[in-house]
Design a protein around this ligand. Structure first.
Ligand SMILES: [Zn+2]
Ligand SMILES: [Zn+2]
Length: 282
């Protein structure tokens, strides 16, 4: 019980000495200017996206020669992994949109938001609650926005259609969308953390995990260690790849509860199986 109490004490943190205080103070001391830069949000989003895509670039390259890697790719005729040329083209498209639209627009948003750095770090409990709350709010806002983009024809054509050029997405394609859509998604993420009044450390962790899950959604692999296999409330790559194939279903980015509630959920396996059966019958 003593060990349990001690762990609980460290987890919940203490008002005077939270577990994360040391980390927060060292970040604050050295990086104050960077942390308060209005360009941080867009730069962080772009760079973490690239870093998180890197392992999938390796997997895609290995897929050409390694049968085991190919076996992790999702069924339903997803075909061979995308070529390096496809990655290269996609990289320049995304970079161009970040420089010309996302970076200046989010800088303006951040300037209006006038953030400051608190002295105290959050407790581990506060950090976890804030990150989970951010995800639930972001998931809800994204679901509504995504649903609207599919239901309003001009909105679909002007904003969302470009992202659906990928019938079989790959990791980097998570951000291959129109400038308006990229901007709207980053503003939804920033807005979620802002509305909840999150600590900057919780917000940074949320943005990092958000990039990771978006990359995983689009990676094209149903990996044995993917998060949706541990947490059944999450859809993961099979759920979102089904949306890229059948656009009237699976609108939420991460969790499946909104699609269940609104009757827009389709079980990825049943969809892939149906397509596979049709292919076999042909
Ligand atoms: Zn997508
Ligand atoms: Zn869509």
């Amino acid at each position: 019980c003593d060990v349990f109490c001690l762990l609980l004490f460290f987890y919940l943190g203490h008002a005077d000495a939270p577990v994360l205080q040391g980390l927060w103070e060292s970040v604050r001391a050295g990086q104050q200017q960077i942390l308060l830069s209005p360009y941080l949000a867009a730069s962080f989003a772009f760079l973490t996206h690239l870093a998180l895509c890197a392992p999938f670039l390796v997997l895609d390259a290995l897929g050409g020669v390694c049968q085991r890697v190919r076996s992790w790719r999702m069924a339903a005729g997803s075909g061979p992994p995308p070529s390096l040329w496809k990655w290269y083209e996609c990289f320049w498209r995304v970079l161009f949109k970040y420089i010309t639209a996302v970076l200046p627009a989010t800088a303006l948003f951040q300037l209006l938001r006038s953030s400051s750095l608190p002295e105290l770090a959050p407790s581990c409990w506060q950090l976890s609650v804030e990150v989970v709350a951010c995800f639930l709010l972001f998931d809800t806002l994204f679901f509504i926005w995504h649903y609207c983009m599919h239901r309003v024809p001009w909105l679909y054509r002007a904003v969302h259609q470009m992202h659906h050029q990928h019938h079989v997405p790959f990791a980097l394609a998570a951000q291959d969308a129109s400038s308006a859509e990229l901007l709207s998604l980053l503003l939804l993420a920033l807005g979620s953390a802002w509305m909840l009044g999150c600590h900057p450390l919780s917000e940074a962790l949320f943005h990092f995990l958000n990039s990771w899950l978006a990359v995983e959604d689009h990676c094209g692999y149903n990996l044995p260690w993917a998060l949706h296999r541990i947490l059944p409330c999450m859809g993961g790559a099979p759920f979102h790849q089904t949306h890229h194939k059948k656009q009237s279903k699976n609108f939420a980015p991460y969790f499946t509860h909104w699609d269940h509630l609104f009757g827009t959920y389709i079980e990825p396996r049943s969809y892939f199986r149906k397509r596979h059966d049709r292919t076999v019958m042909k």
